[in-house]
Design a protein around this ligand. Structure first.
Ligand code: 3AT
Ligand code: MG
Length: 334
């Protein structure tokens, strides 16, 4: 009888593949959007290079890591190879952009990552521009490389991000997690499936190496050679979404565990000395940054928001288990 019930659950779950894939497809940005982003980058580059001829502009974040939705803002990093005062340069940039008729220009010099914000009236694209945040450009490449290995990563991360945005748990200023953290949770999860769907690129032979701000970033980036890596695992997107929420609702050891994409495994909080609160770092959910390994992406989470997060994971797991119409319930606006 148990076997029969298990098989019934299986077919129930499989019914969700089509709607999940439809949501995924509907969120993928169309080619013409990518073109517009490139156009905007080129015109910004011209403006910036008038003042700083050696500056280079990079798109990072979701528009470049392949986990961006249609119509999302773009994140741009200006690399200037000189000794500069970031705040001064940001204020100068704000003046330059303002004079060029860009809209809503605003310099946020006191933010954790200081930026200039603007909106381009021609393409309608909003943009956050930072300076010399090269590690973010490198972690963008790592995420993009992982996405090319198995399409299920991009599908899972789109569903998880869409869920997090709908349920208002993608707000770092309110103590919930960044999109970057959710994508790392998905990569880690697929590294841990049996058989594994993703490898651990930082545990393989080095084919890509850069040193940024004293952090050595090395990994295997010839991902075109890994296209069959996950083929032995036949799990579908519906099964993976179900298992992802189950993992974070019921299986993750919040007291002792740190998830680590860098090692493709779970580390102990003890081994990282993340066992007690220091300043504002409470380590209530621990996600190790793949390059800045002393950096816990869960550090924004506090004793109130950890409850919100865990209740949302449980809610999602319950819905996947029992709700007659999981797609509606899962993404119901909070
Ligand atoms: P959205 O689609 O905009 O929600 P995103 O991937 O652009 O997602 P964020 O806007 O949260 O993600 O962040 C932009 C990039 O900045 C992503 C990542 O390359 C970098 N980044 C974000 N948070 C951190 C962090 N805490 N540590 C290091 N890099 C980070
Ligand atoms: Mg972004």
């Amino acid at each position: 009888r148990n076997f029969k019930r298990l098989m019934e659950c299986r077919t129930d779950i499989e019914r969700l593949n089509a709607p999940f894939l439809a949501i995924y497809e509907s969120l993928i940005p169309p080619e013409e959007e990518k073109e517009k982003q490139k156009q905007l980058l080129t015109s910004l580059e011209k403006l910036v290079c008038k003042e700083w001829p050696d500056a280079r502009l990079y798109i990072y974040g979701s528009c470049a890591n392949s986990f961006g939705f249609s119509k999302s803002d773009i994140d741009v990093c200006i690399a200037i190879d000189q000794d500069i005062n970031k705040s001064e340069v940001l204020l100068e940039l704000a003046d330059i952009f303002q004079s060029d008729n860009l809209q809503n220009v605003q310099a946020l010099t006191r933010a954790r990552v200081p930026i200039v914000k603007l909106k381009d009236p021609v393409t309608g694209i909003s943009c956050d521009i930072c300076i010399n945040n090269v590690l973010a450009v490198v972690n963008t490449k790592l995420l993009r490389d992982y996405a090319q290995i198995d399409v299920r990563l991009r599908q899972l991360a789109f569903i998880v991000k869409h869920w997090a945005k709908s349920r208002a748990v993608n707000e770092t200023y309110q103590g919930t997690l960044s999109s970057y953290a959710y994508v790392l949770m998905c990569i880690h999860f697929l590294q841990q499936r049996k058989p594994a769907i993703l490898p651990c690129l930082q545990g393989m032979e080095t084919t890509y190496a850069v040193t940024v701000e004293e952090v050595e970033c090395t990994y295997f980036d010839q991902v075109e050679k890994l296209r069959d890596f996950g083929a032995r695992n036949k799990e579908t997107i519906a099964q993976l979404v179900w298992a992802f929420f189950n993992y974070w609702a019921y299986s993750h050891d919040y007291t002792n565990s740190v998830i680590s994409v860098r090692t493709g495994s779970i580390l102990s909080k003890q081994s990282k000395d993340w066992t007690r609160r220091i300043g504002n770092d409470r380590h209530l959910i621990c996600i190790e940054d793949p390059f800045e390994t002393s950096h816990d992406l869960g550090r924004v989470v506090d004793k109130y928001s950890i409850r919100v997060l865990r209740e949302e994971f449980e809610r999602a797991a319950e819905i996947m288990q029992r709700d007659p119409d999981p797609c509606t319930a899962l993404f119901k606006p909070y």
